[in-house]
Design a protein around this ligand. Structure first.
Ligand SMILES: Nc1ncnc2c1ncn2[C@@H]1O[C@H](COP(=O)(O)OP(=O)(O)O)[C@@H](O)[C@H]1O
Ligand SMILES: O=C(CO)[C@@H](O)[C@@H](O)COP(=O)(O)O
Length: 556
């Protein structure tokens, strides 16, 4: 096929998303994308009951099946290579990225506990997906104790560890199913687990270890702190600890069995695991300080390199080498973005208007502020800056004249205000954000992109690939394979961006400044303690659900 020439070498990037895994075949020389294939996870997100009609799950649970991840290697990788029309023997490396913090308990040899027959129906033995939010009470205790003891690491996480991160999930397992906790010889990010499956070597990438595993300045939280949380939690770090590897490093060579799954040559470089958000910065040629990448899909992650460590209130974390070696990588995020728009289309828009395209078209016709609404974008909790997954959504200003497209537009705008809160927190803490590059599925919505440029008052570029994370993984694989000397060189040769595609419009910027002030006021009122109605409602809901004896009764 076109693009395939004698002497060219290729790499494969595999992007593990929330619902599917995508493989992409990329030419090392210039980053040309030659073939791709997607495999949808059979068990998708497990949130109401374990597969095979099993154990019901409480609210806020989100699990996955590790076999779905292996299946991506067996299905999507060979299909992408076939689609590319290349000779598999010309592939020199494979790299992966994953959602994070998606974690699983395993035996010492990497066997997931949920694959042991005796633990198959135990929810805590399964993979906890990043958006498993049932560990909020554990996160609250982790944070309170960290502040009480003035733990040195808490400032690196904006003052709060998220319920999504490793320690909250680990503590939940210990306290709700101690037998599963004690059977777990390893507790590992899915990113590192799938790399282990590929090369037979257990490694830990500095990115997830830093952002999700509280690894700072060479160490994890102390045993003393952990036992103060729970006397049996002191061994948690021993389950996490593994050889820490820099991003774009070579974790090992492809094993015989992984070569058989993928159809790729045995022994080729397997890159160290990475996170779907962070890996995208290289694909968007955004490794220089000041260029913030927003990876916008079901959720949004914001990553930006900085020159020094700063404490930014409410951000996810700052990690040395967390985006690329030699820089301090910052991460912040919004746990629900496209998911909120999707919720509206699916559950609230009437027939005939129930498509993103139609609602966007109608919403685009209105001037800024004409719908009279402000929404708080916390349908999936608030990751940054409030770090509380018990917060929920809100719409103010509804009247009998409100139409579906008004609400849809208010939801788009709410997520843009949430991003502006994050940018302002960075800037106030001395981390410059000069411009934005957006990657991910939401780049297709032009109205949304323009709203982001206007609300943030910054030029907004678009990554030049529809598969940003998979391209980023391929770029890291090329470095791990020695085909490019550094991630910066590989990013320049293989990444793509169209800079400043959307420019802020001064009139709309002014109009949005006024609305943003209202958003901020609501944000602080409902999110910073003036009115904890959302938290009380969540507690009432949880008590009501827990008091029922079966899931059927909940919906009766
Ligand atoms: N035209 C659109 N406008 C706004 N949101 C959209 C549009 N199309 C899809 N979405 C939302 O985008 C999300 C999917 O984004 P995508 O980047 O494909 O997924 P992921 O984050 O899982 O990689 C869904 O939550 C969906 O509701
Ligand atoms: O939390 C992170 C990264 O830290 C993401 O993996 C998580 O939000 C999932 O991202 P997606 O919405 O699936 O792109």
């Amino acid at each position: 096929m076109s693009g395939v020439a004698a002497g060219d070498k290729y790499v494969v990037g595999v992007d593990y998303g929330t619902l599917s895994g995508r493989a992409l075949v990329v030419r090392v020389r210039d980053g040309a994308e030659l073939g791709t294939a997607v495999h949808e996870y059979r068990n998708a997100v497990i949130s109401s009951a374990l597969p095979d009609g099993g154990t019901p799950l409480p609210p806020d649970w989100a699990l996955q099946d590790p076999e779905d991840y292996r299946e991506v290697l067996r299905q999507a990788v060979p299909a992408a290579v076939a689609a590319a029309g290349i000779d598999p023997s010309d592939v020199v490396g494979i790299g992966i990225d994953f959602t994070a913090c998606t974690v699983l308990p395993t035996l010492a040899d990497g066997t997931p506990l949920c694959e042991l027959p005796e633990l198959r129906q135990r929810p805590h033995a399964w993979v906890k997906l990043w958006k498993h939010h049932a560990a909020q009470p554990h996160a609250d205790r982790i944070n309170a104790l960290a502040h009480e003891r003035a733990e040195p690491w808490i400032g690196r996480y904006g003052g709060k560890i998220s319920a999504e991160w490793q320690f909250a999930k680990g503590l939940q397992i210990l306290e709700e199913d101690p037998e599963v906790y004690h059977r777990a010889e390893r507790f590992i990010e899915a990113a590192d687990w799938i790399v282990w499956q590929l090369c037979g070597v257990e490694t830990r990438n500095v990115c997830t270890a830093g952002y999700k595993g509280i690894h700072q300045d060479g160490s994890y939280p102390s045993v003393d702190y952990l036992t103060a949380l729970n006397p049996d939690f002191g061994d948690f770090v021993a389950k996490l600890d593994g050889p820490l590897m820099p991003l774009a490093g070579r974790a090992g060579g492809l094993t015989t069995s992984a070569a058989a799954w993928t159809g790729l040559p045995e022994g080729i470089a397997v890159a160290v695991g990475n996170v779907d958000a962070h890996v995208t910065a290289a694909a968007a040629q955004a490794l220089d300080p000041g260029r913030l990448v927003a990876i916008m899909g079901t959720s949004t992650c914001h990553v930006v390199n900085g020159t020094h460590p700063a404490e930014v209130a409410g951000m996810c974390g700052v990690v040395d080498g967390g985006i690329s070696s030699g820089a301090w990588g910052y991460e912040a995020g919004q746990s629900g973005v496209g998911d909120i728009f999707g919720w509206f289309v699916k559950h609230a828009a009437p027939a005939g208007l129930d498509s993103h395209e139609r609602l966007t078209e109608l919403a685009a016709a209105q001037p800024v502020g004409a719908h009279g609404l402000i929404a708080l974008d916390w349908w999936n909790g608030n990751r940054s800056l409030l770090v509380n997954h018990d917060l929920s959504g809100l719409i103010v200003g509804l009247t009998l004249a409100t139409r579906p497209e008004d609400v849809y537009r208010a939801l788009l705008e709410a997520t843009a205000y949430g991003t502006r809160m994050i940018i302002e927190a960075f800037v106030e803490a001395g981390v410059p954000v000069d411009d934005l590059v957006v990657a991910g599925g939401l780049t297709s919505n032009k109205l949304l992109m323009q709203i982001y440029a206007d609300v943030t008052n910054r030029p907004l570029g678009i990554i030049g690939s529809a598969q940003g994370p998979a391209l980023g993984s391929a770029i890291h694989a090329a470095v791990a394979a020695g085909a490019h000397p550094s991630i910066h060189a590989a990013s320049q040769a293989m990444g793509r961006v169209a800079a400043a595609v959307y420019q802020p419009d001064p009139d709309r910027v002014r109009a949005y400044d006024a609305l943003y002030a209202e958003y901020r006021a609501l944000h602080d009122h409902f999110g910073r303690g003036a009115n904890d109605v959302m938290l009380r409602l969540r507690a009432i809901r949880n008590a009501a659900v827990e008091s029922t004896t079966s899931p059927q009764e909940v919906f009766a």
